[in-house]
Ligand binder design. Structure first.
Ligand SMILES: C[S@@+](CC[C@H](N)C(=O)[O-])C[C@H]1O[C@@H](n2cnc3c(N)ncnc32)[C@H](O)[C@@H]1O
Length: 272
C-alpha cells in the first residue's frame, strides 16, 4: 500500500513540516514515500522526551533521548524517517541507500534544508557490502529501517548489516509492514537469532498514524550476538572485521575478549 499517490507528502514533526517529493512512476521503490516511515517518525514524536519533557510515565524516554547518539538509516528512500528523527534530536545521522535512489534522497534533503538547517549526510550502502559498511565507521547507537523487508534475497544481508552497524548497547528502530510471506519468514527467523525483539503496542503509536498493517519494532542485541555475527562473517573477510572492530578490541570489553577468542579459534580452523 502506498500512502498516497500525491507527488508531495507533508510530514509534521514538532513545530516543523517536512515536504517530501516522491516519484511513484520510477522503477525504484525508494523514490516513493512509504507509510512505515511516517508511522515510525510519528511514534517517536509522540514519545519524544525533547518535545514532551513532562510526559510521565514515558516508557520510551531513554530510547528516544537521542542526545549524543549516532544514527544510520538503511534503505532511506526519500529520507522521511531519517529526517524526522533528526528533527527529534538525532543530530548525528547518516542516510543510506543504493545508488539509483541517491538522487531522490539528495533532492529531498536539499528541499528540506531550510527546515533541517543543514544538509544531512548520505552514503551509498548496499546491505552486507563490507566496504560500504566500513566506510561509514560503525558502531551506531540507532539503526533506522522502514519498509525494507520485501525481497527474500536481501533479508539475510539486511539482518547482517543491522547487526554489524549497531553498537553493543544500540537499538534498531524498525517500521514494518508484511510485503512477502517468504521474506517475512526469513527476516523474523534471522532477527530471532541476533536480536531481542520488542513490538510497540498499537495503542502506543500516534493515533493519526496507526494502521492495522504497520508496526514499529525495537531490536536490541542478544548477549551472544558477537559469536553469531563472527561465525557468519569471519570466513568471508577477517581483515575487514579486525579493522571495523579494532576500537572495540583495544577497548577490551567482555564481548571483545569473546571476539578475540573466537577469532583465535577460527584462525586455527582455517590453518588446520
Ligand atoms: C520500500 S522502500 C522504503 C523507503 C523508505 N525507507 C520509506 O519508508 O519511504 C525500500 C528501500 O530499501 C532500499 N533497498 C532495497 N534493497 C537494498 C539493498 N540491498 N541495499 C540497500 N538498500 C536497499 C531500496 O532502495 C528502498 O529505498
Amino acid at each position: 500500500m502506498k500512502f498516497t499517490d500525491s507527488p508531495v507528502i507533508e510530514l509534521a514533526v514538532g513545530e516543523s513540516t517536512l515536504c517530501l517529493q516522491q516519484d511513484n512512476g520510477s522503477m525504484h521503490v525508494g523514490t516513493s514515500v512509504w507509510p512505515c516511515s511516517l508511522v515510525l517518525v510519528k511514534f517517536a514524536e509522540r514519545w519524544s522526551p525533547l518535545l514532551n519533557p513532562t510526559l510521565n510515565p514515558n516508557p520510551y524516554s531513554s530510547l528516544l533521548d537521542f542526545r549524543g547518539k549516532r544514527g544510520v538509516e538503511l534503505g532511506a528512500g526519500c529520507g522521511p524517517a531519517g529526517m524526522g528523527l533528526y528533527l527529534l534530536g538525532l543530530n548525528d545521522i547518516i542516510l543510506t541507500d543504493i545508488a539509483p535512489v541517491m538522487p531522490a534522497l539528495k533532492h529531498n534533503l536539499k528541499k528540506n534544508k531550510p527546515m533541517l538547517k543543514k544538509t544531512l549526510k548520505t552514503a551509498q550502502l548496499y546491505w552486507a557490502n563490507g566496504a560500504h559498511m566500513k566506510a561509514i565507521s560503525p558502531p551506531y547507537d540507532v539503526v533506522i529501517a522502514a519498509d525494507v523487508v520485501y525481497l527474500e534475497e536481501t533479508v539475510r544481508p539486511l539482518v547482517e548489516t543491522m547487526a554489524v552497524l549497531m553498537a553493543e548497547d544500540g537499538v534498531v528502530l524498525l517500521g514494518y509492514q508484511l510485503r512477502s510471506p517468504e521474506a517475512h519468514k526469513l527476516f523474523w527467523e534471522g532477527c530471532a537469532e541476533v536480536f531481542e525483539i520488542e513490538k510497540v503496542p498499537h495503542e502506543h503509536l500516534h493515533p493519526e498514524y496507526n494502521y492495522e498493517e504497520t508496526d514499529v519494532y525495537i531490536f536490541r542485541k542478544k548477549k551472544d550476538n558477537w559469536q553469531f555475527l563472527m561465525r557468519r562473517l569471519l570466513l568471508k573477510d577477517i581483515d575487514w572485521i579486525m579493522e571495523v572492530f579494532s576500537n572495540e578490541i583495544t577497548g577490551k570489553t567482555k564481548a571483545d575478549h569473546q571476539l578475540l577468542l573466537l577469532i583465535g579459534e577460527m584462525e586455527n580452523v582455517n590453518s588446520a
